[in-house]
Design a protein around this ligand. Structure first.
Ligand code: CTP
Length: 215
């Protein structure tokens, strides 16, 4: 069983406004498809997206980072791997206004607080329950790609990180191709050329499959 998260999360400001990001969900959906094609049982936890979920995946739709965290923790106890492709909001409004905020003259300010880090919660769950779960995370960086991605992989106890240079026009949000580095916890790196997101997904799933079948 492979759990895949996809898309961007939405944090409510008031009943008509949200904080979100440009993630389209395409890479996450491609990963779910590639995992299905490899014969896995797939739970796809997705933020709001216009994409059609792949046939055969159990799709769980969420909005906020908190909802995504809850769904991930519910799905991982019987899973073999978690792929966190979602662009989870790092901050949310300190308070969600229940009525629409009216405009005023001058500057408006929204106080933000951190959301929970889902991968850090998963790492804590793994430790506490001695759970064997492969973890693949993502990094979207505009500077110092390798260094920042390696730090993220270590901080969040990932087995692999898919590092994405967002300053590269071929590897941005919403486009069909991606150009990534696959970086592993043993220090090895695979520099992939620009290719369709489904092919990136196949490469990731091939590695995962070899880990899981090696036992
Ligand atoms: N992630 C998570 N929980 C969060 C935020 C991110 O699990 N609250 C996951 C993402 O799904 C991704 C990885 O962590 O797999 C990205 O790492 P992160 O350090 O959060 O990246 P950024 O948010 O881009 O961090 P920074 O702003 O420091 O670059």
């Amino acid at each position: 069983k492979i759990v895949v998260t996809a898309g961007g999360t939405q944090e409510a400001i008031d009943p008509v406004r949200i904080l979100t990001n440009y993630s389209s969900g395409k890479q996450g959906f491609a990963l779910a498809q590639a995992a299905l094609d490899a014969g896995a049982n797939v739970a796809l936890i997705t933020g709001p997206t216009y994409l059609l979920p792949p046939t055969g995946a159990r799709t769980i739709s969420v909005k906020s980072a908190a909802e995504m965290q809850e769904a991930v923790l519910e799905e991982i106890p019987d899973a073999d791997a978690l792929i966190m492709a979602a662009a989870v909001a790092d901050f949310k409004p300190k308070e969600e206004s229940l009525s629409k905020i009216k405009k005023t003259d001058g500057q408006q300010k929204i106080d933000l607080v951190r959301t929970r880090d889902i991968l850090k919660d998963v790492a804590a769950y793994k430790k506490e329950n001695k759970k064997d779960l492969k973890i693949i995370g993502f990094a979207a960086e505009s500077d110092d790609l390798k260094e920042n991605a390696r730090t993220k992989m270590q901080d969040k106890n990932m087995d692999m990180i898919v590092a994405n240079d967002i300053s590269d026009p071929e590897a941005g949000f919403g486009v069909d191709n991606n150009k990534v580095l696959l970086m592993y916890s043993d220090g090895s790196i695979e520099d992939l050329p620009s290719m369709p997101k489904y092919e990136v997904a196949e490469k990731v799933i091939q590695h995962l499959q070899s880990w899981l079948t090696e036992g």
